[in-house]
Design a protein around this ligand. Sequence first.
Ligand code: ADP
Length: 513
Amino acid sequence: MLHLPSVKENLGRYIDAGFPILYICTYEESKADRYILDAAGRKKLLEWNGAQGLADFRTKDSKNPSQDHSLGAVLSFLKNGRELDCTLLVIKDIDGQISTEGMKGQPEAEKVTALLKEIARKIRKKDGGIDATIIIVSPSVHIPHSLEKLVTVMELELPDEKEIGDIIGNFMKNNDIQALPTKFQEDMVTAFKGLSESEIEDILSLAVAQEGELTGKTLQLIFDQKQQMILKAGVLEMIPLKESVADIGGLENLKEWIQNKAKVFKNLKEAREFGVTMPKGVLIAGVPGCGKSLSAKAAGRLFDVPLLRLDMGRLMGKYVGESEENMRKAIRLAEAISPCVLWVDELEKAFAGIGSGGSGGDITTRLFGAFLTWMQEKTSAAFVVATANDITKLPPELLRKGRFDEIFYVPLPNEDERRKIFEIHLNKRRKKDVCGINLDQLVSETEGYSGADIEGVVGESIENVFVKRGEKLTTGDILECIHNTHSLSEIMKEPLEEMAKLYEDRKFKKASR
Ligand code: ADP
């Protein structure tokens, strides 16, 4: 589940409805405390935290029933119910207290898990059950299997534009900062989108500490902070924007399509007002080494926004729930950084084995579901470029309308495209020799070569000339190299033909013209 129920809208309702355990996933304890206080009304409020043991939530007075302050001891005391009646029990610092997958065989953690289950069951009992709710507040979600059905995970939503405006306003008031130009304040609100209340406050404090006031540099600081978030989370990688559309030989249909989307993306506000739908993303599938990754990279540059690469391998965590949490983190980040291009590389690798049974299959199925829902519902300016070498490994749901705006098939380059690819790579390395080279001959000798093959041939022939102490690169040098290499289609003739047929049958758009 990617979009967790929001605390703001649901906490009170869930408490009234008798949900036994609510799990609020957040770094912002103080904000969660405010919502809990609001939702509690007249109920008794107890808190257990690692440092204090049991305490009154409102006054923070210690309430430990015995010398032993551990969660296990406290829950044993509370389990009979009298102390818990008409109460919200808030548990903080839960990490390491309950038995998650990685910590089997720890008696204390297993005891706490069993006690939570016992209490939750008593709460659930319709008649004569305890009128209580357990609320766990933690930055990460680790739920033992045995509790999964009793726990509802919720998320503290990030501040919306109005709330961000209020946070900035309060900060300015508390720090005696003069009113700012409206445009600058608006820019700041946009830049802060995707950050939490405490992150926003930290950056504002830092900006004022550095500059003495809020200036244009604050915007840079916000951007830097977002980059920090990406690095820390470790699930996304920020790719430098080096390649441009001019580096791609051929694929004219795809390039034109991306260029049109870039026009929308660069003028989002006007486009929205005009009635244009927010572009979701594109799936680029096809022959390896023919410019799929190159196109993803060029999209970042064309859209003039950060390019984030999602590494599916890194996403798969060891513990149950971890990979979904990582996926959520990655998506939250991408939305925070948005507008951005999110490049999901080798999509088929992540989703191979869906429905294949076993716990690995389960996880991929759930991850896949989360990704699909996100793609379906996405309204943020995080444009997805997914690339895949083998579309037969992708589940059909992904290829249905509504997930991607378009699916392109990248074939082996045709004659025209091979000529352009030769030109690009020759111009990059030996510009002065290009006019003496017979491109027609190179093109006719390289049928079935991928873009990467051509780049390889160019690179190798230049190296050979250098080693032989030749002065310039000639057509003969390159032809020699061509005759000594095996093209991709020689190596993978049958699978490539099969794939080409499949794409034609499914009527995917061809990236080339
Ligand atoms: P894939 O389709 O497997 O993602 P890449 O885009 O990574 O392939 O291509 C690998 C390399 O081959 C690129 O870095 C580029 O140098 C070269 N190449 C492939 N296709 C093209 C192309 N259409 N135009 C120019 N270079 C290309």
